[in-house]
Design a protein around this ligand. Sequence first.
Ligand code: ZN
Length: 173
Amino acid sequence: MTDKMTPAQRHYCMSRIHGKATKPELKVRQWLWRHGYRYRLNVKSVPGKPDIVMRKYRTAIFVNGCFWHGHEGCDKFKMPQTNVSFWEHKISRNRERDQQNYQVLHDNGWQVIVVWECQLVPKRIEETMLRIELLLNEHFLALHQPKVVPYDFEKDTGFSMAAEEITYSRKLP
Ligand SMILES: [Zn+2]
């Protein structure tokens, strides 16, 4: 199958084989690092081996190549004209595996963020990363929300009495 690959596809394959970070993944890491976010890479204990793991935010980030992960409706995702069934099978299998990984993480309380290669081109990277930053912080706040039991004023008929009692028992300075 090797001879059917374009240079870009072959490069991607080799980078996966050697476990090296792909270029889009590096862009995400560099942006996060520059903005003070700390992360871990390829953490085996986290299901689906996300590209970037941010424990503090309980967030897993996947940086997906548009071709290999089959980015629907994307310019970078065009099915090769040769070996069509091979590629269709391969990419649909990748997609299924991705969905399973996301689901397992989600079920374990992780936020899953999927970033596509095409969202990291110079024109779009800042907007993409700001959106990711927002998701990280929103999730962080949700995780650290103080546990407040909502108080139902409407059902509490003794409320005004209690308030009056407190007022009268206080001594003014
Ligand atoms: Zn894309």
